[in-house]
Design a protein around this ligand. Structure first.
Ligand code: PMV
Length: 383
């Protein structure tokens, strides 16, 4: 049995990907740009094994067996990696051998956080390690699992170039700056209490492309300018500019969601309260200290610099008071408690509006782990 285990990070888009021009190959209508989050706090972990003893392909996700051969996106990734492996002069093992894949997220999937990006990036990276292929095509393969997954194959700041070719070969992710370039870039994820089922991103995007006029204007006129401006802001570490572009792009994405017919509603009242809170805090501070961004759900991802985390967190605690305390409320990196709130005398928006907060920061790309970290035992079964 050949076996490898890897981890891959979550990434959160600053300039959003929304809308496909090819549904099968997952080719977008605009470039997007994201920051990769540290795998210390959140990551997907995957073990892939191949053996001539496996009578079929099997996959487990978070402890449960899930469809493998019936999942076209997984199969497309596997097929592409087998194609690359078959080009090798000395393959490690016959590519016909069946696979067993076991994958887990170390963060709650139910929280509605970008789990598919980390998951597909991890699947592709782990299979590449298993088959012994090193290839620049990996981001283009991960893209075919879940679009945003292509950006999780690098650390730091990453751009997904939409490309123009019909076969998608130039629709790839490229690194803009490594995590070491801006190491004090931190993130607070505010997980909002919410049980409403959202329109899945695939469906939502399809509907937006078909019905929204605003989406065409954004792809043609707004995104190219924003990509170049935010790349500059990242390169010069201009937080003010970075924050403004990030918030404006999130707002425009949700404006498109509303311009879709029937509309897609992703932000809820708590999300809007968070947006209001961030603007009030920036005004009180007399400088842009925090930027928000929201994906296809109500949770907020706040970008801020390390030195501002304690004061901003105090402000979150007083504006969004919660009954849960300690590590029930704050997960991830610890935060110094003694700081003053950045927002004095604020009225709380309500009690228990947030489930919990995750504190993390910019991080590296996928990593191969050792045999001891395997999710599959020597008997070929999940541990
Ligand atoms: O890759 P998907 O299909 O999960 O779509 C991701 C869409 C957004 O998260 C809303 C934006 C993005 O660029 O990640």
């Amino acid at each position: 049995m050949f076996i490898e285990t890897c981890i891959a990070p979550v990434n959160i888009a600053l300039i959003k990907y929304w809308g496909k021009r090819d549904e099968d190959l997952i080719l977008p209508i605009n470039d997007s740009l994201s920051m990769t989050l540290s795998t210390d706090e959140m990551c997907a972990k995957t073990t892939a094994a191949a053996s001539d003893k496996f009578d079929k392909n099997t996959m487990w996700l978070n402890g449960e067996e899930v469809p493998f051969e019936e999942n076209p996106r997984v199969m497309r990734c596997v097929r592409e990696l087998k194609r690359l492996a078959s080009l090798k002069k000395d393959p490690k093992f016959p590519i016909e051998w069946n696979l067993r894949i076991c994958s887990k997220n170390n963060f709650p999937t139910a929280a509605g956080l970008a789990s598919s990006a980390a998951g597909y990036a991890c699947l592709v990276y782990t299979l590449a390690c298993l088959y012994g292929v090193e290839d620049e095509e990996l981001t283009s393969i991960a893209r075919q699992g879940s679009g945003s997954a292509c950006r999780s194959l690098y650390g730091g700041f990453v751009q997904w170039i939409m490309g123009t070719h019909d076969d998608g070969t130039d629709s790839i992710a490229v690194p803009i700056a490594p995590e070491s370039h801006w190491p004090n870039m931190h993130v607070l994820i505010l997980v909002v209490n919410d049980s409403k089922k959202k329109t899945a991103s695939t469906k939502g995007m399809q509907r937006s492309v078909m019905t929204s006029d605003l989406i065409k204007h954004r792809a043609a006129n707004c995104v190219p300018k924003r990509i170049s401006e935010i790349t500059d802001a990242i390169q010069t570490k201009d937080f003010n500019k970075f924050a403004e572009i990030t918030m404006k792009d999130s707002n425009q994405f949700h404006a498109i969601a509303l311009d879709t017919f029937p509309p897609c509603i992703y932000m809820n009242d708590v999300s809007h309260a968070i947006s209001d809170f961030v603007h009030a805090l920036n005004e009180a501070a007399g400088a842009t200290k925090v930027a928000y961004t929201f994906d296809a759900g109500p949770n907020a991802c706040l970008y801020l610099l390390k030195e501002d985390v304690p004061q901003v967190f105090r402000a979150i605690q007083s504006s969004f008071p919660s009954d849960s305390q300690g590590d029930e409320y704050l997960k991830g990196l610890p935060i110094k408690e003694e700081a003053d709130s950045l927002l004095k005398n604020s009225t709380p928006y309500g009690e228990n509006l947030l489930k919990y907060v995750i504190h993390t920061k910019v991080g590296t790309g996928p990593k191969m782990l050792s045999k001891e970290d395997s999710l599959i035992g020597s008997d070929g079964l999940p541990l």
